[in-house]
Design a protein around this ligand. Structure first.
Ligand SMILES: Nc1nc2c(ncn2[C@@H]2O[C@H](COP(=O)(O)OP(=O)(O)OP(=O)(O)O)[C@@H](O)[C@H]2O)c(=O)[nH]1
Ligand SMILES: [Mg+2]
Length: 431
């Protein structure tokens, strides 16, 4: 959990931050969004002591909430001894300044909160740079918006991370730092592109685990690895928001099944900051190119439908709507019944914790990635070792024999491989 410092650089206790949340909107969606904001605040070690939702259609330009509400909020802050107000949408510099003046507490928004959590979680060099880039791009147009509260609180919330030192330097410094980070990220992106191209060339399908944060994506990956006796290659999985920031891939050889590459990705929440999505674009690109998306859902959540909608929206934005998807209702060990309508889509009901029905998931993956495969027998001359390796890699070879004229391979192969090496096909076996 995050460590904070007061103005004399003494460590503050985590619950020293007492926050009131404020949002605009009405109906269930607005309430869910506020609940989610409270969850984010808690994930950042902030104690939520109150909240206020104003039923406006859209925020007020000068102060986000209406002026009457601002006064009400100021009274509430004073009465409850709050020291921070968190607004549910991204605020402009002017709004921050006006609100800090009127409320006399530190003012931050959802974006700062999310970036703060990300800054805390980032471990890889690339992850840290991506978060810093998003933080700087958020701060750039708001330099004048940060009032005296910020300098008073020094390295408080929203200023954590490598960007911290740059905060009070001028726009030019920030711009040049943004430039440097972009250049460095570009290099990392190049390496990633090469690796991705290699994976593409190998013809092994890519399957991406996606979904709302804390749904159990990493746990699903770990369960699949454990079943292959590869627990040593497990990824970080924890009951916390945004446990995963950097994508991780593992090649899965799925006992007897078609091999595939499984990618674990960063989790989503609603209103994910635009700059963050931008900054994480290159890491998310892996998922964008995936042949199959697995939407992992936390079945035990009461707000499951909301989380699913949020995840679908981000998935549409990143991957488009065309990649095939499987819905994986996870954590079924925590629910009594699993009976609901999933809109006729491919769905499996699993528990990454107990391992229940994981074979259903693997079966669905197999079905989706081998769509259009053929049982066939190949005879490949000995000077075409490349073809043999390729067929072994992309197909499920059941039998291999060495004849005078070459290697005989019997098994199930993707249609395109079958077509590509038609000249070596001895026979095609009908079902
Ligand atoms: N009971 C139960 N808990 C589960 C199951 N799957 C995952 N969990 C728990 O849910 C929490 C979140 O799991 P993660 O695998 O970190 O979830 P994630 O989707 O990767 O989350 P982020 O990377 O933070 O977006 C952990 O505490 C897991 O142990 C399950 O099937 N049953
Ligand atoms: Mg994860």
């Amino acid at each position: 959990m995050a460590t904070r410092f007061d103005e004399d650089n003494r460590i503050m206790r985590e619950d020293d931050y007492r926050a009131i949340l404020a949002g605009v909107g009405s109906g269930e969606a607005a309430e869910r969004s506020m609940d989610e904001l409270a969850g984010l605040a808690e994930a950042d070690g902030i104690q939520v002591i109150g909240q206020m939702l104003q039923p406006l259609e859209r925020p007020v330009p000068a102060t986000y909430i209406g002026s009457g509400k601002v006064r009400e909020l100021a009274e509430l802050c004073e009465a409850m001894e709050a020291d921070i107000c968190i607004f549910d949408d991204e605020l402009s510099g002017i709004q921050i300044r006006n609100l800090e003046e009127a409320l006399d507490v530190r003012v931050i928004d959802r974006t700062v909160l999310i970036l703060d959590i990300f800054a805390d979680r980032a471990t890889s060099r690339e992850g840290k740079l991506q978060v810093e880039l998003a933080q700087l791009r958020y701060r750039m147009p708001r330099l004048t918006g940060f009032g005296k509260k910020l300098s008073r609180l020094g390295g408080g919330i929203g200023t954590r991370g490598p960007g911290e030192k740059k905060l009070e330097t001028d726009r030019r410094h920030i711009a040049s730092r943004i430039d440097d980070i972009r250049k460095e990220l570009k290099k990392a992106e190049k390496t990633r592109q090469i690796q991705r191209a290699e994976r593409r060339r190998s013809g092994v399908p890519v399957v991406a685990l996606m979904g709302y944060t804390n749904a159990g994506k990493s746990a699903v990956m770990n369960r699949i690895l454990a079943e292959e006796d590869r627990a040593d290659q497990e990824v970080f999985s924890q009951d916390m928001l945004f446990a995963t920031l950097d994508p991780r891939h593992r090649k899965i050889s799925a006992a007897g099944g078609h091999p595939f590459i499984l990618i674990d990705t960063v989790g989503f929440v609603s209103k994910l900051p635009h700059h963050l999505v931008e900054a994480f674009k290159s890491t998310l690109e892996e998922a964008r190119d995936a042949d199959l998306l697995i939407h992992v859902v936390d079945t035990a959540r009461e707000d499951r439908a909301f989380q699913m909608e949020v995840a679908e929206e981000v998935m549409d934005e990143i991957c488009g709507t065309s990649a095939p998807r499987i819905l994986a209702y996870n954590k079924i060990d925590l629910v009594e019944e699993i009976p609901w309508d999933h809109g006729g889509r491919e769905a499996v009901f699993i528990s990454a914790k107990t391992g229940e029905n994981m074979d259903d998931l693997l079966e669905e993956i197999e079905k989706a990635i081998t769509g259009g495969s053929v049982d066939a027998v190949f005879l490949v001359p000995y000077d075409r070792g490349d073809v043999v390796s390729r067929l072994c890699e992309t197909g499920q070879v059941e039998e291999m024999e060495y004849e005078d004229t070459g290697t005989i391979l019997r098994g199930r192969f993707p249609e395109e491989e079958f077509a590509r090496y038609r000249e070596f096909v001895m026979r095609k076996e009908e079902d």
